[in-house]
Design a protein around this ligand. Structure first.
Ligand code: ADP
Ligand code: MG
Length: 454
């Protein structure tokens, strides 16, 4: 076997049997290979719009990258693109993945041009423009040969896809856009294109779609390269849950009833960086047998809300949260407006904590607060971010679901039994104080039941 460094004149070719890999024609070196099965089939697909829909950690980003390298190898001189849902996606996902499969090629075979936002393959004269769905979509003036969109289920990448389609016009190349993602019920355009074959805007059947939008599905557990520890963690987190088919098997499920299908850790959970803020409000939801929750929200100068801290405790006694407030010099709390006046006077007298009733006690107003702020706006960003230390609130937002009675299409005006919504309520009481700042109303997600699709 020839080592990577013995040959200085690598000339890359693709090699298919028994599975796809890239090989140097001179020295025979093969830096990486696909996983036999769906990952391999996706990489070798020559259809115009192949989709690799797979579970978490199933090998999506690596598949997209290998396909990029594969395309570059066969198409010197091509201009390519690669998209990520967020600005930091390249540093967080693409570069580490690239270094994982082809570290010894960095510098000579490929290079990351950070300032230009490109990955280049100098020997092949191929440039890959790195595009983020979070940045404002520029008028796409470039003429591309092909490109890859990663995690199209996160953030709204529909418009980016639709504006890239007509940009596939570099002459002399077979044009292709391949996508990789864990499917997400939130963004129906993905299912419309790859499963239903209808145009997401006109709802018309896609022209001659047969054979043009093949889908490849892979399960997290079938990735032989995924470290056992990560694999068993993912399996234990998702197996048996309503999300397993989507999050582990990459299947398109229909989830209705879930309160915040748009909520995603990748988009909404961000560490608060201590930036200047204009205002701070803390909400409280009392519990007796249930947890007491306090949620602290600040608003930054760009009008984005940040959940910076929270208190969450089952069977909390008064002293627990009073101390929590004292440590943070919090003297004002927003609470359930149905709290009695005697109670409010009592808190003030005993602890010097001034309780203000929340703007509304209506369940739909609390829901509206969260759904409007969670919604990803046209700029690719939501209105609210949650610091990762608020694990209980994050879990509530992921798990809350509307109760739906069999035989009725409309969800009932309550959560499925056993749901926790204390941090949710405390957050809404606080957040509603910022009301008037957030954007246009967002249509709530259609409600119903979960149906698993094959
Ligand atoms: N073809 C491959 N060759 C080597 N390792 C792979 C391959 N495909 C996946 N992996 C490994 O599996 C891990 C998860 O793959 P990745 O593509 O990042 O998953 P996903 O994007 O689906 O979350 C990678 O970090 C890598 O270690
Ligand atoms: Mg990935």
């Amino acid at each position: 076997m020839v080592t990577a460094t013995a040959c200085t004149q690598h000339s890359w070719e693709t090699f298919y049997d028994p599975y796809e890999r890239v090989r140097c024609a001179f020295c025979g070196y093969t830096p990486f290979a696909t996983i036999p099965g769906p990952q391999r089939d996706f990489v070798v697909s020559e259809a115009p719009y192949p989709g690799y829909f797979a579970g978490r950690g199933a090998g999506k980003s690596i598949a997209g990258l290998i396909k990029l390298i594969h395309y570059a190898t066969r198409n010197p001189g091509a201009l390519l693109f690669a998209t990520q849902p967020t600005n930091d996606g390249f540093e967080q996902n693409v570069l580490p993945a690239m270094r994982e499969i082809w570290r010894d090629g960095e510098g000579s075979e490929w290079a990351f041009k950070e300032k230009k936002g490109q990955i280049v393959f100098p020997r092949l004269n191929v440039t890959v423009l790195l595009l983020s769905a979070e940045a404002t979509i520029p008028g796409i003036g470039a003429s591309f040969a092909a490109g890859w969109m990663d995690e199209i289920g996160i953030g709204n990448q529909r418009d980016l896809f639709l504006s890239l389609q007509p940009a596939m016009r570099q002459k002399g190349y077979d044009h292709q856009i391949w996508v990789t993602s864990t499917p997400k019920v939130t963004y129906p355009w993905i299912k419309q294109i790859w499963v239903e074959h209808i145009h997401p805007l006109t709802r018309r059947e896609l022209a001659s779609w047969q054979g043009r939008y093949p889908t490849f599905h892979a399960h997290t557990k079938d990735n032989p390269w995924l470290p056992e520890e990560i694999k068993s963690q993912l399996l234990s987190e998702w197996e048996g849950s309503r999300w397993a088919a989507q999050e582990l098997a990459g299947e398109f499920i229909t989830v209705e009833g879930v309160a915040f299908p748009e909520f995603s850790r990748q988009i909404h959970v961000r560490a608060f960086d201590g930036r200047p803020t204009a205002r701070r409000v803390v909400g409280i939801d009392f519990g007796q047998a249930r947890p007491t929750a306090l949620v602290e929200i600040v608003q930054d100068e760009g009008k984005k809300l940040w959940v910076v801290d929270s208190f969450y405790k089952r069977n909390a006694i008064e002293d627990d949260w009073v101390q929590w407030c004292a440590d943070r010099k919090i003297t004002k709390l927003v609470c359930d407006p149905t709290a009695s006046e005697e109670q409010l006077i009592f808190w003030r007298g005993k602890y010097n904590i001034y309780m203000t009733p929340a703007k509304s006690n209506r369940r739909d107003e609390r829901y509206k607060f969260w759904s409007q702020n969670i919604a990803v706006k046209d700029d690719g960003r939501p209105n609210i971010y949650i610091d990762p230390k608020n694990e209980d609130l994050i879990a509530e937002l992921e798990n809350l679901a509307h109760a739906v009675t069999r035989g009725r299409n409309e969800p009932e005006d309550k959560w499925v039994p056993g749901s926790n919504d204390h941090a949710y309520d405390a957050g809404a009481y606080a957040g509603m104080e910022f009301e008037g700042y957030y954007g246009t109303p967002h249509a709530p997600f259609a409600l119903g039941r979960i149906i698993r699709r094959r």
